[in-house]
Design a protein around this ligand. Structure first.
Ligand code: CA
Length: 218
């Protein structure tokens, strides 16, 4: 899953980006509001975290433009303003949730997962496809009833495949869910993760569809 973070406070942005990467997300971090529009146009994100006070363009303006274009992308506003009218204003602009600084990083992760569930209209916290079940909150995965031991990135690949429900995911799509802009991608990283996943799940559970990518077997 890929997150756009727009936060001009460098120490906070750094901490949030590092936390979310450890949590298995690909994170693109911008410090200016006026850079966000292009990023949102050119990349497929699962969630955006928007600070309200930003140089270039305010978080409010970014959000307003996004909703004016009809996007339903889940957006969490992060802000130092904590009065009730401020929160109401942010939510009425089209924010899905609202976090007041300083916030707890584990709570941020839980709110991101909740926003994604609401957006995808999947109220259940466990996701299942075929014999595979995953829990995005604890990063645990099972095949039938057997718990798998996966690395964070292996989990992220499996998560993307479960969400795709048997539709193939190309190498480029999987790379987008794994790596942010300034992370170096080894050319065969996805193949390596798939190789390890097949070893752990059983090789027949992940199909290779020529020209199309990888898909979970039903
Ligand atoms: Ca700010």
């Amino acid at each position: 899953m890929r997150i756009l973070l727009v936060e001009d406070d460098v120490s906070l942005g750094d901490a949030v980006a590092a936390w979310l990467r450890l949590d298995g997300y690909a994170v693109d971090w911008l410090t200016r509001g006026d850079q966000a529009e292009l990023a949102l146009k050119t990349h497929q994100y699962d969630v955006a975290l928007l600070d309200r006070g930003l140089p270039g363009q305010s978080g409010d303006a970014v959000l307003r433009a996004l909703r004016a274009h009809g996007s339903s992308l889940p957006v969490l506003m992060i802000t130092a303003r904590d009065t009730v009218p401020d929160k109401i204003e942010g939510l009425d602009l089209g924010a899905d949730d609202y976090l007041v600084k300083p916030f707890d990083l584990a709570e941020l992760s839980a709110r991101i997962r909740a926003a994604i569930r609401r957006h995808r209209q999947m109220p259940e916290t466990f996701l299942k496809y075929g014999a595979v079940t995953i829990d995005p909150a604890t990063k645990q995965a099972w095949v039938d009833d057997t718990l798998l031991v996966l690395t964070t990135r292996e989990f992220s690949v499996l998560h993307a495949l479960v969400l795709a429900k048997g539709r193939p995911q190309s190498r480029a799509q999987l790379e987008e869910t794994l790596y942010g802009w300034n992370e170096e991608i080894e050319s065969n990283a996805v193949e390596v993760h798939i190789h390890h996943l097949r070893r752990k799940l059983g090789s027949h559970r992940i199909r290779t569809l020529r020209q199309l990518g990888y898909a979970l077997a039903p």
